[in-house]
Design a protein around this ligand. Structure first.
Ligand code: FAD
Ligand code: NAD
Length: 466
Protein backbone atom coordinates (compact mmCIF):
# COMPACT_ATOMS: atom_id res chain seq x y z
CA UNK A 1 0.00 0.00 0.00
CA UNK A 2 1.38 3.39 -1.04
CA UNK A 3 1.77 6.13 1.56
CA UNK A 4 -1.24 8.42 2.20
CA UNK A 5 -1.05 11.91 0.79
CA UNK A 6 -2.79 15.06 2.02
CA UNK A 7 -3.58 17.96 -0.28
CA UNK A 8 -5.69 21.12 -0.44
CA UNK A 9 -7.49 19.93 -3.58
CA UNK A 10 -7.96 16.44 -4.98
CA UNK A 11 -9.30 16.29 -8.51
CA UNK A 12 -10.84 13.02 -9.70
CA UNK A 13 -10.30 12.75 -13.45
CA UNK A 14 -7.55 14.26 -15.61
CA UNK A 15 -9.67 15.36 -18.60
CA UNK A 16 -9.98 19.03 -19.63
CA UNK A 17 -12.18 19.77 -16.60
CA UNK A 18 -9.91 18.09 -14.09
CA UNK A 19 -6.45 18.91 -15.38
CA UNK A 20 -7.26 22.60 -15.91
CA UNK A 21 -8.78 22.78 -12.40
CA UNK A 22 -5.54 21.37 -10.97
CA UNK A 23 -3.37 23.82 -12.95
CA UNK A 24 -5.46 26.79 -11.77
CA UNK A 25 -5.47 25.52 -8.17
CA UNK A 26 -1.68 25.28 -8.19
CA UNK A 27 -1.45 28.78 -9.69
CA UNK A 28 -3.51 30.04 -6.74
CA UNK A 29 -1.09 28.52 -4.27
CA UNK A 30 -3.03 25.35 -3.46
CA UNK A 31 -1.44 21.92 -3.28
CA UNK A 32 -3.26 19.69 -5.76
CA UNK A 33 -3.39 16.00 -6.64
CA UNK A 34 -5.09 14.52 -9.70
CA UNK A 35 -6.42 10.98 -9.64
CA UNK A 36 -6.74 9.37 -13.08
CA UNK A 37 -7.77 5.80 -13.87
CA UNK A 38 -6.77 5.64 -17.54
CA UNK A 39 -5.15 8.52 -19.37
CA UNK A 40 -3.98 12.04 -18.62
CA UNK A 41 -5.96 14.40 -20.88
CA UNK A 42 -9.17 12.37 -20.54
CA UNK A 43 -11.58 11.69 -23.37
CA UNK A 44 -10.82 14.94 -25.17
CA UNK A 45 -7.09 14.56 -25.66
CA UNK A 46 -6.94 10.78 -26.01
CA UNK A 47 -10.11 9.57 -27.72
CA UNK A 48 -12.18 12.67 -28.48
CA UNK A 49 -11.53 16.24 -29.65
CA UNK A 50 -7.88 15.90 -30.54
CA UNK A 51 -7.65 12.58 -32.42
CA UNK A 52 -10.87 13.35 -34.29
CA UNK A 53 -9.52 16.74 -35.36
CA UNK A 54 -6.22 15.16 -36.47
CA UNK A 55 -8.15 12.81 -38.79
CA UNK A 56 -10.51 15.58 -39.91
CA UNK A 57 -7.56 17.85 -40.81
CA UNK A 58 -5.76 15.09 -42.70
CA UNK A 59 -8.82 14.05 -44.68
CA UNK A 60 -9.80 17.67 -45.37
CA UNK A 61 -6.37 18.17 -46.92
CA UNK A 62 -7.05 15.10 -49.04
CA UNK A 63 -10.32 16.63 -50.28
CA UNK A 64 -8.55 19.91 -51.02
CA UNK A 65 -5.85 18.15 -53.00
CA UNK A 66 -8.51 16.33 -54.97
CA UNK A 67 -10.22 19.60 -55.90
CA UNK A 68 -7.00 21.57 -56.51
CA UNK A 69 -7.54 21.26 -60.24
CA UNK A 70 -10.10 24.07 -60.05
CA UNK A 71 -7.30 26.39 -58.87
CA UNK A 72 -4.99 25.34 -61.70
CA UNK A 73 -3.02 22.72 -59.82
CA UNK A 74 -2.73 19.40 -61.57
CA UNK A 75 -2.27 16.56 -59.14
CA UNK A 76 -1.50 13.02 -60.22
CA UNK A 77 -2.87 9.92 -58.56
CA UNK A 78 -3.43 10.66 -54.87
CA UNK A 79 -2.85 7.78 -52.50
CA UNK A 80 -3.78 7.44 -48.86
CA UNK A 81 -1.46 5.69 -46.43
CA UNK A 82 -4.02 5.15 -43.69
CA UNK A 83 -1.55 3.76 -41.18
CA UNK A 84 0.59 6.91 -41.53
CA UNK A 85 -2.49 9.04 -41.13
CA UNK A 86 -3.28 7.13 -37.94
CA UNK A 87 0.35 7.55 -36.84
CA UNK A 88 0.02 11.32 -37.33
CA UNK A 89 -3.07 11.25 -35.11
CA UNK A 90 -1.31 9.19 -32.42
CA UNK A 91 1.70 11.51 -32.47
CA UNK A 92 -0.48 14.58 -31.92
CA UNK A 93 -2.25 12.84 -29.01
CA UNK A 94 1.03 11.75 -27.49
CA UNK A 95 2.63 15.22 -27.68
CA UNK A 96 -0.37 16.87 -26.03
CA UNK A 97 -0.94 14.29 -23.30
CA UNK A 98 2.76 14.18 -22.45
CA UNK A 99 2.59 17.97 -22.34
CA UNK A 100 -0.12 17.89 -19.68
CA UNK A 101 1.76 15.25 -17.63
CA UNK A 102 4.86 17.46 -17.95
CA UNK A 103 2.94 20.47 -16.62
CA UNK A 104 1.87 18.40 -13.60
CA UNK A 105 5.53 17.54 -12.89
CA UNK A 106 6.73 21.11 -13.44
CA UNK A 107 4.09 22.49 -11.08
CA UNK A 108 4.46 19.75 -8.50
CA UNK A 109 0.90 18.50 -8.94
CA UNK A 110 0.70 14.88 -7.75
CA UNK A 111 -0.62 12.44 -10.34
CA UNK A 112 -2.11 9.38 -8.68
CA UNK A 113 -2.78 6.76 -11.33
CA UNK A 114 -5.78 4.63 -10.46
CA UNK A 115 -9.53 4.53 -9.87
CA UNK A 116 -10.66 6.91 -7.12
CA UNK A 117 -13.58 6.27 -4.77
CA UNK A 118 -14.88 8.33 -1.86
CA UNK A 119 -14.75 6.43 1.42
CA UNK A 120 -15.79 9.38 3.58
CA UNK A 121 -15.87 13.17 3.18
CA UNK A 122 -12.38 14.35 2.28
CA UNK A 123 -10.99 10.84 1.91
CA UNK A 124 -10.54 9.09 -1.42
CA UNK A 125 -9.23 5.62 -1.81
CA UNK A 126 -7.43 4.90 -5.07
CA UNK A 127 -7.10 1.41 -6.56
CA UNK A 128 -3.73 2.01 -8.14
CA UNK A 129 -3.28 1.01 -11.78
CA UNK A 130 0.06 -0.47 -10.83
CA UNK A 131 -1.56 -2.54 -8.05
CA UNK A 132 -2.32 -1.79 -4.42
CA UNK A 133 -4.16 1.17 -2.98
CA UNK A 134 -3.39 4.70 -1.87
CA UNK A 135 -5.41 7.10 0.26
CA UNK A 136 -5.70 10.73 -0.76
CA UNK A 137 -6.91 13.13 1.95
CA UNK A 138 -8.16 16.44 0.67
CA UNK A 139 -9.77 19.58 2.11
CA UNK A 140 -11.62 19.98 -1.18
CA UNK A 141 -12.53 17.59 -3.97
CA UNK A 142 -13.41 18.34 -7.58
CA UNK A 143 -15.27 15.55 -9.38
CA UNK A 144 -14.32 15.62 -13.07
CA UNK A 145 -14.94 12.04 -14.12
CA UNK A 146 -16.42 12.84 -17.54
CA UNK A 147 -18.77 10.76 -19.64
CA UNK A 148 -19.08 7.53 -21.61
CA UNK A 149 -21.06 6.65 -24.76
CA UNK A 150 -24.70 5.60 -24.48
CA UNK A 151 -25.85 2.30 -25.98
CA UNK A 152 -29.56 2.60 -26.83
CA UNK A 153 -31.88 -0.30 -25.93
CA UNK A 154 -31.35 -3.27 -28.25
CA UNK A 155 -27.79 -2.32 -29.08
CA UNK A 156 -24.62 -3.70 -27.56
CA UNK A 157 -21.10 -2.59 -28.41
CA UNK A 158 -18.77 -5.43 -29.38
CA UNK A 159 -15.74 -3.23 -30.00
CA UNK A 160 -15.30 -4.51 -33.54
CA UNK A 161 -18.44 -4.32 -35.71
CA UNK A 162 -20.62 -2.27 -33.37
CA UNK A 163 -18.38 0.47 -32.11
CA UNK A 164 -18.12 3.74 -30.23
CA UNK A 165 -16.18 6.79 -31.38
CA UNK A 166 -13.18 5.39 -29.55
CA UNK A 167 -12.83 2.38 -31.85
CA UNK A 168 -13.92 4.43 -34.87
CA UNK A 169 -10.84 6.58 -34.32
CA UNK A 170 -8.62 3.50 -34.17
CA UNK A 171 -9.69 1.51 -37.25
CA UNK A 172 -6.73 -0.07 -39.01
CA UNK A 173 -8.40 -0.26 -42.40
CA UNK A 174 -10.73 2.05 -44.25
CA UNK A 175 -14.14 0.35 -44.11
CA UNK A 176 -16.02 -0.30 -47.31
CA UNK A 177 -19.42 0.30 -45.75
CA UNK A 178 -19.70 2.39 -42.61
CA UNK A 179 -23.01 3.11 -40.88
CA UNK A 180 -23.33 5.87 -38.35
CA UNK A 181 -26.23 5.92 -35.88
CA UNK A 182 -27.00 9.54 -34.93
CA UNK A 183 -26.39 12.68 -37.01
CA UNK A 184 -24.98 14.59 -34.05
CA UNK A 185 -21.49 15.97 -33.49
CA UNK A 186 -19.65 12.66 -33.53
CA UNK A 187 -21.69 11.09 -36.31
CA UNK A 188 -21.15 13.96 -38.75
CA UNK A 189 -17.47 14.48 -37.89
CA UNK A 190 -16.42 10.83 -38.09
CA UNK A 191 -18.86 10.14 -40.93
CA UNK A 192 -17.04 12.92 -42.84
CA UNK A 193 -13.64 11.36 -42.12
CA UNK A 194 -14.61 8.00 -43.62
CA UNK A 195 -16.63 9.46 -46.51
CA UNK A 196 -13.54 11.48 -47.50
CA UNK A 197 -11.48 8.30 -47.32
CA UNK A 198 -13.84 6.57 -49.73
CA UNK A 199 -16.12 4.53 -47.46
CA UNK A 200 -19.81 4.32 -48.34
CA UNK A 201 -21.23 6.18 -45.36
CA UNK A 202 -24.88 6.01 -44.31
CA UNK A 203 -26.02 8.12 -41.37
CA UNK A 204 -29.27 7.12 -39.65
CA UNK A 205 -30.86 9.87 -37.58
CA UNK A 206 -34.12 9.40 -35.68
CA UNK A 207 -35.14 13.08 -35.69
CA UNK A 208 -36.36 14.86 -38.79
CA UNK A 209 -33.22 16.99 -38.92
CA UNK A 210 -29.48 16.59 -38.55
CA UNK A 211 -27.89 18.15 -35.46
CA UNK A 212 -31.26 18.58 -33.74
CA UNK A 213 -29.62 20.52 -30.92
CA UNK A 214 -28.38 23.27 -33.24
CA UNK A 215 -30.19 26.09 -35.11
CA UNK A 216 -32.62 24.35 -37.50
CA UNK A 217 -31.41 26.21 -40.58
CA UNK A 218 -27.82 25.27 -39.74
CA UNK A 219 -28.72 21.58 -39.38
CA UNK A 220 -30.58 21.67 -42.69
CA UNK A 221 -27.69 23.31 -44.51
CA UNK A 222 -25.24 20.84 -42.95
CA UNK A 223 -27.27 17.83 -44.08
CA UNK A 224 -27.45 19.24 -47.60
CA UNK A 225 -23.74 20.08 -47.85
CA UNK A 226 -22.52 16.86 -46.30
CA UNK A 227 -24.99 14.92 -48.44
CA UNK A 228 -23.28 16.36 -51.50
CA UNK A 229 -19.96 15.13 -50.14
CA UNK A 230 -21.23 11.56 -50.05
CA UNK A 231 -22.74 11.17 -46.59
CA UNK A 232 -26.03 9.43 -47.22
CA UNK A 233 -28.09 10.92 -44.39
CA UNK A 234 -31.46 9.29 -43.65
CA UNK A 235 -33.58 11.46 -41.38
CA UNK A 236 -36.55 10.14 -39.39
CA UNK A 237 -34.74 6.79 -39.10
CA UNK A 238 -34.70 5.35 -35.59
CA UNK A 239 -32.32 2.46 -35.10
CA UNK A 240 -33.94 -0.30 -33.07
CA UNK A 241 -31.32 -3.02 -33.09
CA UNK A 242 -28.05 -4.28 -34.52
CA UNK A 243 -27.22 -7.96 -35.02
CA UNK A 244 -24.17 -9.70 -36.41
CA UNK A 245 -24.75 -11.97 -39.40
CA UNK A 246 -22.02 -13.66 -41.43
CA UNK A 247 -19.34 -11.31 -40.22
CA UNK A 248 -21.35 -8.18 -40.97
CA UNK A 249 -23.42 -5.85 -38.84
CA UNK A 250 -27.09 -5.68 -39.76
CA UNK A 251 -28.73 -2.48 -38.57
CA UNK A 252 -32.50 -2.49 -38.11
CA UNK A 253 -34.33 0.80 -38.16
CA UNK A 254 -37.81 2.29 -38.49
CA UNK A 255 -38.50 4.89 -41.13
CA UNK A 256 -42.00 6.28 -41.86
CA UNK A 257 -43.54 3.38 -39.92
CA UNK A 258 -41.66 0.75 -41.93
CA UNK A 259 -39.03 -1.68 -40.66
CA UNK A 260 -35.84 -1.49 -42.72
CA UNK A 261 -32.30 -2.82 -42.49
CA UNK A 262 -28.85 -2.11 -43.85
CA UNK A 263 -25.54 -3.94 -43.51
CA UNK A 264 -22.05 -2.59 -42.92
CA UNK A 265 -18.49 -3.56 -41.96
CA UNK A 266 -18.69 -1.26 -38.93
CA UNK A 267 -21.51 0.60 -37.23
CA UNK A 268 -20.57 3.65 -35.21
CA UNK A 269 -23.20 4.25 -32.54
CA UNK A 270 -23.03 7.93 -31.58
CA UNK A 271 -26.34 8.71 -29.93
CA UNK A 272 -25.01 10.76 -27.04
CA UNK A 273 -22.99 10.26 -23.88
CA UNK A 274 -23.90 9.86 -20.20
CA UNK A 275 -22.11 11.15 -17.13
CA UNK A 276 -19.65 8.64 -15.70
CA UNK A 277 -19.93 8.28 -11.92
CA UNK A 278 -19.78 4.50 -11.70
CA UNK A 279 -18.01 3.20 -8.61
CA UNK A 280 -17.07 6.64 -7.28
CA UNK A 281 -18.91 6.17 -3.97
CA UNK A 282 -21.17 9.24 -4.00
CA UNK A 283 -23.21 7.74 -1.15
CA UNK A 284 -20.17 7.92 1.16
CA UNK A 285 -20.30 11.72 1.00
CA UNK A 286 -24.06 12.16 0.85
CA UNK A 287 -24.17 13.07 -2.84
CA UNK A 288 -26.79 11.83 -5.30
CA UNK A 289 -26.88 12.16 -9.03
CA UNK A 290 -29.95 13.95 -10.38
CA UNK A 291 -31.77 13.97 -13.70
CA UNK A 292 -30.29 11.64 -16.34
CA UNK A 293 -27.48 10.81 -13.92
CA UNK A 294 -25.84 14.25 -13.88
CA UNK A 295 -24.55 15.93 -10.72
CA UNK A 296 -26.37 19.12 -9.85
CA UNK A 297 -24.25 22.19 -9.20
CA UNK A 298 -24.63 25.90 -8.51
CA UNK A 299 -22.99 28.56 -10.68
CA UNK A 300 -19.77 28.22 -8.66
CA UNK A 301 -19.69 24.47 -9.48
CA UNK A 302 -20.52 23.55 -5.84
CA UNK A 303 -22.51 20.34 -5.43
CA UNK A 304 -24.31 21.42 -2.29
CA UNK A 305 -22.10 19.11 -0.21
CA UNK A 306 -19.50 21.23 1.51
CA UNK A 307 -16.09 21.29 -0.21
CA UNK A 308 -17.17 19.06 -3.08
CA UNK A 309 -17.34 20.54 -6.57
CA UNK A 310 -18.17 18.98 -9.95
CA UNK A 311 -17.17 20.10 -13.44
CA UNK A 312 -17.27 18.98 -17.06
CA UNK A 313 -19.35 16.22 -18.60
CA UNK A 314 -20.63 15.00 -15.19
CA UNK A 315 -22.74 18.14 -14.84
CA UNK A 316 -25.74 19.00 -17.02
CA UNK A 317 -24.06 21.78 -19.01
CA UNK A 318 -22.92 21.43 -22.65
CA UNK A 319 -20.62 18.40 -22.99
CA UNK A 320 -17.78 20.38 -24.49
CA UNK A 321 -14.12 20.51 -23.56
CA UNK A 322 -13.96 24.31 -23.36
CA UNK A 323 -16.95 24.33 -21.00
CA UNK A 324 -15.25 21.69 -18.81
CA UNK A 325 -12.05 23.77 -18.71
CA UNK A 326 -13.76 26.98 -17.68
CA UNK A 327 -15.84 25.14 -15.08
CA UNK A 328 -12.56 23.70 -13.74
CA UNK A 329 -11.16 27.22 -13.40
CA UNK A 330 -14.28 28.43 -11.57
CA UNK A 331 -14.18 25.47 -9.13
CA UNK A 332 -10.49 26.07 -8.34
CA UNK A 333 -11.08 29.79 -7.83
CA UNK A 334 -14.03 29.12 -5.52
CA UNK A 335 -11.83 26.82 -3.45
CA UNK A 336 -9.23 29.60 -3.27
CA UNK A 337 -11.91 31.92 -1.89
CA UNK A 338 -12.70 33.89 -5.02
CA UNK A 339 -16.28 34.73 -6.04
CA UNK A 340 -16.04 33.31 -9.59
CA UNK A 341 -19.19 32.16 -11.37
CA UNK A 342 -19.75 30.25 -14.59
CA UNK A 343 -21.77 32.01 -17.30
CA UNK A 344 -23.40 30.01 -20.08
CA UNK A 345 -24.99 32.68 -22.32
CA UNK A 346 -22.15 32.86 -24.82
CA UNK A 347 -20.75 29.35 -25.14
CA UNK A 348 -19.53 28.59 -28.66
CA UNK A 349 -20.17 25.18 -30.18
CA UNK A 350 -18.44 23.99 -33.31
CA UNK A 351 -18.82 20.95 -35.55
CA UNK A 352 -15.53 20.45 -37.38
CA UNK A 353 -16.87 19.13 -40.67
CA UNK A 354 -16.25 21.04 -43.88
CA UNK A 355 -17.89 23.45 -44.13
CA UNK A 356 -17.60 23.97 -40.38
CA UNK A 357 -20.65 24.76 -38.29
CA UNK A 358 -20.48 27.20 -35.41
CA UNK A 359 -23.07 28.61 -33.05
CA UNK A 360 -23.35 30.85 -30.05
CA UNK A 361 -26.38 32.03 -28.09
CA UNK A 362 -30.00 31.33 -28.92
CA UNK A 363 -31.14 29.44 -31.98
CA UNK A 364 -33.47 31.48 -34.21
CA UNK A 365 -36.44 29.19 -33.52
CA UNK A 366 -35.69 29.24 -29.79
CA UNK A 367 -35.71 33.05 -29.76
CA UNK A 368 -39.05 33.06 -31.59
CA UNK A 369 -40.54 30.39 -29.29
CA UNK A 370 -39.59 32.57 -26.32
CA UNK A 371 -41.61 35.34 -27.90
CA UNK A 372 -38.59 37.61 -28.35
CA UNK A 373 -38.91 40.34 -30.91
CA UNK A 374 -35.83 39.72 -33.07
CA UNK A 375 -34.15 40.92 -36.23
CA UNK A 376 -32.03 38.51 -38.26
CA UNK A 377 -29.16 39.49 -40.54
CA UNK A 378 -27.74 36.94 -42.95
CA UNK A 379 -24.83 37.06 -45.33
CA UNK A 380 -23.62 34.35 -47.73
CA UNK A 381 -19.92 33.52 -48.20
CA UNK A 382 -20.44 33.71 -51.95
CA UNK A 383 -20.45 37.50 -51.47
CA UNK A 384 -17.09 37.39 -49.69
CA UNK A 385 -13.91 38.04 -51.68
CA UNK A 386 -11.64 35.84 -49.62
CA UNK A 387 -14.05 32.88 -49.78
CA UNK A 388 -14.06 33.33 -53.57
CA UNK A 389 -10.24 33.36 -53.64
CA UNK A 390 -10.28 30.16 -51.61
CA UNK A 391 -12.85 28.64 -53.94
CA UNK A 392 -14.81 27.86 -50.77
CA UNK A 393 -18.06 29.80 -50.97
CA UNK A 394 -20.66 27.43 -49.51
CA UNK A 395 -22.37 28.70 -46.40
CA UNK A 396 -23.50 31.82 -44.61
CA UNK A 397 -23.45 33.80 -41.39
CA UNK A 398 -26.62 34.58 -39.46
CA UNK A 399 -26.74 37.12 -36.67
CA UNK A 400 -29.74 37.48 -34.39
CA UNK A 401 -30.34 40.67 -32.45
CA UNK A 402 -33.09 42.07 -30.27
CA UNK A 403 -35.36 44.17 -32.50
CA UNK A 404 -35.66 47.06 -30.05
CA UNK A 405 -32.29 47.24 -28.31
CA UNK A 406 -30.14 45.64 -31.08
CA UNK A 407 -28.45 43.49 -28.36
CA UNK A 408 -26.79 40.38 -29.78
CA UNK A 409 -28.79 37.24 -28.99
CA UNK A 410 -27.08 34.61 -31.12
CA UNK A 411 -25.05 33.83 -34.21
CA UNK A 412 -24.84 30.78 -36.44
CA UNK A 413 -22.46 30.11 -39.24
CA UNK A 414 -21.79 27.41 -41.78
CA UNK A 415 -18.71 27.95 -43.88
CA UNK A 416 -14.94 27.87 -44.09
CA UNK A 417 -13.29 28.46 -40.69
CA UNK A 418 -16.65 29.06 -38.98
CA UNK A 419 -15.16 27.70 -35.73
CA UNK A 420 -12.55 30.44 -35.57
CA UNK A 421 -14.77 33.19 -36.93
CA UNK A 422 -17.63 32.74 -34.43
CA UNK A 423 -15.44 34.08 -31.62
CA UNK A 424 -15.95 37.65 -32.75
CA UNK A 425 -19.60 37.29 -31.71
CA UNK A 426 -18.69 35.27 -28.60
CA UNK A 427 -16.53 38.17 -27.36
CA UNK A 428 -19.12 40.77 -28.36
CA UNK A 429 -21.84 38.84 -26.51
CA UNK A 430 -19.55 38.50 -23.49
CA UNK A 431 -19.42 42.31 -23.38
CA UNK A 432 -23.22 42.46 -23.82
CA UNK A 433 -22.62 43.98 -27.25
CA UNK A 434 -24.92 45.01 -30.07
CA UNK A 435 -25.12 44.02 -33.73
CA UNK A 436 -24.17 47.63 -34.48
CA UNK A 437 -20.86 47.14 -32.59
CA UNK A 438 -19.89 44.45 -35.11
CA UNK A 439 -21.19 46.50 -38.03
CA UNK A 440 -19.11 49.52 -36.97
CA UNK A 441 -15.92 47.51 -36.45
CA UNK A 442 -13.41 47.80 -39.27
CA UNK A 443 -12.64 44.28 -40.51
CA UNK A 444 -9.52 43.60 -42.56
CA UNK A 445 -10.08 43.03 -46.26
CA UNK A 446 -10.08 40.46 -47.72
CA UNK A 447 -10.93 38.19 -44.78
CA UNK A 448 -13.71 35.72 -44.12
CA UNK A 449 -14.55 37.79 -41.04
CA UNK A 450 -16.06 40.47 -43.28
CA UNK A 451 -19.02 38.10 -43.70
CA UNK A 452 -19.75 38.65 -39.99
CA UNK A 453 -19.61 42.42 -40.38
CA UNK A 454 -21.96 42.19 -43.37
CA UNK A 455 -24.37 39.89 -41.47
CA UNK A 456 -24.37 42.42 -38.60
CA UNK A 457 -25.12 45.18 -41.11
CA UNK A 458 -27.86 42.99 -42.60
CA UNK A 459 -29.60 43.05 -39.19
CA UNK A 460 -30.33 46.68 -40.04
CA UNK A 461 -31.02 45.89 -43.72
CA UNK A 462 -27.78 47.48 -44.95
CA UNK A 463 -25.44 44.70 -46.02
CA UNK A 464 -23.49 46.03 -48.98
CA UNK A 465 -22.19 43.09 -50.93
CA UNK A 466 -25.48 41.35 -51.70
P1 FAD B 1 -13.23 13.55 -19.67
O1 FAD B 1 -12.43 14.18 -20.71
O2 FAD B 1 -14.12 12.42 -20.03
O3 FAD B 1 -12.23 13.09 -18.53
C1 FAD B 1 -12.65 12.38 -17.41
C2 FAD B 1 -11.48 11.57 -16.89
O4 FAD B 1 -11.84 11.03 -15.63
C3 FAD B 1 -11.14 10.38 -17.78
O5 FAD B 1 -9.77 10.44 -18.12
C4 FAD B 1 -11.46 9.16 -16.92
O6 FAD B 1 -10.56 8.09 -17.15
C5 FAD B 1 -11.30 9.72 -15.52
N1 FAD B 1 -12.06 9.03 -14.47
C6 FAD B 1 -13.38 8.72 -14.49
N2 FAD B 1 -13.75 8.15 -13.31
C7 FAD B 1 -12.62 8.10 -12.54
C8 FAD B 1 -12.35 7.65 -11.22
N3 FAD B 1 -13.31 7.18 -10.43
N4 FAD B 1 -11.06 7.72 -10.77
C9 FAD B 1 -10.08 8.24 -11.57
N5 FAD B 1 -10.29 8.70 -12.80
C10 FAD B 1 -11.54 8.65 -13.29
N6 FAD B 1 -15.56 18.69 -27.16
C11 FAD B 1 -15.17 19.86 -27.71
O7 FAD B 1 -15.30 20.90 -27.06
N7 FAD B 1 -14.62 19.92 -28.96
C12 FAD B 1 -14.46 18.83 -29.71
O8 FAD B 1 -13.96 18.92 -30.83
C13 FAD B 1 -14.87 17.58 -29.18
N8 FAD B 1 -14.72 16.46 -29.90
C14 FAD B 1 -15.08 15.26 -29.36
C15 FAD B 1 -14.94 14.12 -30.13
C16 FAD B 1 -15.31 12.88 -29.62
C17 FAD B 1 -15.13 11.65 -30.48
C18 FAD B 1 -15.81 12.79 -28.29
C19 FAD B 1 -16.17 11.46 -27.69
C20 FAD B 1 -15.97 13.93 -27.52
C21 FAD B 1 -15.62 15.18 -28.05
N9 FAD B 1 -15.79 16.35 -27.33
C22 FAD B 1 -15.42 17.55 -27.87
C23 FAD B 1 -16.33 16.34 -25.95
C24 FAD B 1 -15.18 16.42 -24.93
O9 FAD B 1 -14.30 15.34 -25.15
C25 FAD B 1 -15.72 16.37 -23.52
O10 FAD B 1 -16.69 17.38 -23.35
C26 FAD B 1 -14.60 16.58 -22.51
O11 FAD B 1 -13.62 15.59 -22.64
C27 FAD B 1 -15.16 16.58 -21.09
O12 FAD B 1 -14.10 16.76 -20.21
P2 FAD B 1 -14.16 16.17 -18.72
O13 FAD B 1 -12.90 16.60 -18.07
O14 FAD B 1 -15.44 16.48 -18.09
O15 FAD B 1 -14.18 14.58 -18.92
P1 NAD C 1 -25.25 14.08 -30.02
O1 NAD C 1 -26.18 14.33 -28.91
O2 NAD C 1 -24.50 15.21 -30.62
O3 NAD C 1 -26.02 13.36 -31.21
C1 NAD C 1 -26.74 12.18 -31.03
C2 NAD C 1 -27.73 12.01 -32.17
O4 NAD C 1 -28.23 10.68 -32.16
C3 NAD C 1 -28.94 12.95 -32.06
O5 NAD C 1 -29.08 13.64 -33.27
C4 NAD C 1 -30.10 11.99 -31.78
O6 NAD C 1 -31.32 12.45 -32.29
C5 NAD C 1 -29.62 10.72 -32.47
N1 NAD C 1 -30.21 9.45 -31.99
C6 NAD C 1 -30.46 9.07 -30.71
N2 NAD C 1 -30.95 7.82 -30.66
C7 NAD C 1 -31.06 7.38 -31.94
C8 NAD C 1 -31.50 6.17 -32.56
N3 NAD C 1 -31.95 5.13 -31.84
N4 NAD C 1 -31.46 6.07 -33.91
C9 NAD C 1 -31.00 7.10 -34.67
N5 NAD C 1 -30.56 8.27 -34.13
C10 NAD C 1 -30.58 8.41 -32.79
O7 NAD C 1 -24.25 12.94 -29.46
P2 NAD C 1 -22.84 12.41 -29.98
O8 NAD C 1 -22.64 12.71 -31.42
O9 NAD C 1 -22.77 11.01 -29.50
O10 NAD C 1 -21.81 13.27 -29.15
C11 NAD C 1 -21.86 13.30 -27.72
C12 NAD C 1 -21.45 14.65 -27.21
O11 NAD C 1 -20.03 14.81 -27.35
C13 NAD C 1 -22.05 15.80 -28.03
O12 NAD C 1 -23.33 16.12 -27.58
C14 NAD C 1 -21.06 16.89 -27.77
O13 NAD C 1 -21.41 17.53 -26.57
C15 NAD C 1 -19.74 16.17 -27.62
N6 NAD C 1 -18.95 16.30 -28.87
C16 NAD C 1 -18.58 17.53 -29.27
C17 NAD C 1 -17.86 17.68 -30.44
C18 NAD C 1 -17.46 19.06 -30.87
O14 NAD C 1 -17.49 19.96 -30.05
N7 NAD C 1 -17.08 19.27 -32.12
C19 NAD C 1 -17.52 16.58 -31.20
C20 NAD C 1 -17.92 15.33 -30.76
C21 NAD C 1 -18.63 15.19 -29.58
Amino acid sequence: MAEDISVDVAVIGAGPGGYVAALRAEQLGLKAAVIEREFVGGTCLNVGCIPSKALLEATHLLSKIRTADALGIKVGEVEVDFSRMQAHKSRVVSILTRGVAGLFRKKDIDLVEGMGRFVEPGVIQVELTAGGTQTVRADNVIIATGSVPIAPPGIEFDGHRVITSREALELEEIPKRFIVVGAGYIGLELGSVYARLGSEVVVLEMMDKALPEMDAELGEAAAEQLGRQGLDIHLGSRVTGIVLEEGEAVVRYEQSGEERSLTADHVLVSVGRRPFLDGIGLEAVGLKSGQRGFLEVDNGMGTGVENIYAVGDVVATPMLAHVAMDEGVVAAERIAGQASVMEYDAIPSVVYTHPELASVGLKEEEARERGLNIRVGKFPFRGNGRARAMNDVEGWVKIIADAESDALIGAHCIGPDAGHLIHEVVVAMGYRGYAEDLALTVHAHPTLSEAFKEAAMAVDGRALHI
